[in-house]
Design a protein around this ligand. Structure first.
Ligand code: ADP
Ligand code: TRP
Length: 321
């Protein structure tokens, strides 16, 4: 089984990214062949600062490795180092109905938030389909917001197979129910573009500031509260050990949950949870040469796989003469 997912190098990693995509990828390292990559071509649709993009690409590599991705047990690379993907994107785009892309919420949301409505942003899902189909991935671990993009990839694969004969594996999204959408400080989906994130590698002071900013209601401590409706609880439960979570759950239901204290406890939980990764990340960031070497090795392995699929595709569509 081939498991594949990518992340944009477009800012600091947050706990939504971790639970939605990185953790499932890292936990899947031994379930099959794992393909993990940094999608810098996708990031070009929203990042215009070239220095930041280059820097964030290395940062994203450090993040992934620090959190436990082992480059010896997977293929780990930067998207643009495998140019086959852009060639496949063009071929797939010729059989992608415009209507399919027009229905994508992500495009509409991004434009509504002020990102320029470029052709690249519009055809983003076709590049993502090429990412997935090029490596014949079976399973794609992502957060719920990517479900529609996975459906586009499936539709394109099916259409190609119908037109040209069995070529692509039709991929499935793997979306973990319990962490499908990690809430942000304000209770909306945690997202860089909403400014409501808790970064994984914040320094101690900034981390505390973010956690203290989690929005809660004005109910008094002694009032019974519904934990599932509380944003703080929904983040707390991702990090607390089971026995402590049960105690806190009871405090909510019976009265006695003090938001201020729980927030301070959450700061400590977060700090400890990511401590080993934070330490490893410091070492990795100090050694960009090592990161580049890992990524170059990964790109070689990825290109080898990609060229097999692209070769078949070129033949099927009539570009070999
Ligand atoms: P953002 O919304 O912050 O820009 P990305 O779009 O770069 O995040 O997402 C990278 C990966 O993390 C995707 O697989 C996405 O589904 C997942 N992800 C992002 N935010 C969340 C969240 N709040 N809950 C669960 N998964 C998330
Ligand atoms: N669109 C994804 C996101 O914003 C990133 C991505 C690009 C991706 N290509 C992919 C995810 C292929 C999974 C598989 O998070």
């Amino acid at each position: 089984m081939k498991i594949l997912s990518g992340i944009q190098p477009s800012g600091k990693l947050h706990i939504g990214n971790y639970f939605g995509m990185m953790r499932p990828m890292i936990n899947n390292m031994d379930r099959g062949e794992l393909y993990a990559f940094i999608v810098n071509l996708h990031a070009l649709t929203s990042v215009t600062d070239s220095k930041a993009l280059a820097q964030d690409t290395l940062e994203a590599a450090a993040d992934f490795l620090a959190l436990g991705l082992d480059p010896e047990r997977c293929i780990f690379w930067v998207q643009s180092d495998v140019p086959e993907v852009t060639e496949l994107t063009w071929i797939l785009s010729t059989l992608t109905p415009i209507g399919l892309l027009e229905r994508c919420h992500s495009y509409k949301d991004k434009v509504a938030k002020g990102i320029a409505a470029s052709h690249g942003l519009f055809s983003y899902p076709v590049l993502m389909a090429a990412d997935i189909l090029l490596y014949q991935a079976d399973l794609v671990p992502v957060g719920k917001d990517q479900k529609q993009h996975l459906e586009v990839a499936r539709d394109i694969a099916i259409k190609f197979n119908n037109n040209y004969g069995e070529t692509f594996v039709v991929p499935e999204a793997a979306i973990a129910d319990d962490v499908a959408t990690v809430p942000g400080l304000d209770g909306q989906k945690m997202s860089k573009s909403y400014g409501n994130t808790i970064g994984i590698f914040l320094d101690a002071k900034s981390l505390k500031k973010r956690v203290m900013a989690i929005v809660t209601d004005a109910a008094p401590v002694e009032a019974p509260k519904d934990p599932d409706k509380c944003n703080l609880y929904n983040i707390f439960k991702l990090f607390a050990p089971a026995d402590r979570l049960k105690e806190v759950h009871d405090l909510y239901v019976n009265g006695g949950a003090a938001y201020g204290y729980l927030k301070l406890e959450l700061v400590d939980l977060l700090w400890e949870y990511f401590r080993p990764a934070r330490e490893k990340r410091e070492q990795l960031s100090a050694d960009p040469g090592y990161l580049r070497q890992v990524l170059a090795k990964g790109a070689d392995k990825a290109r080898e796989k990609a060229s097999v699929t692209l070769d078949q595709v070129l033949d099927k569509v009539g570009l070999k003469y």
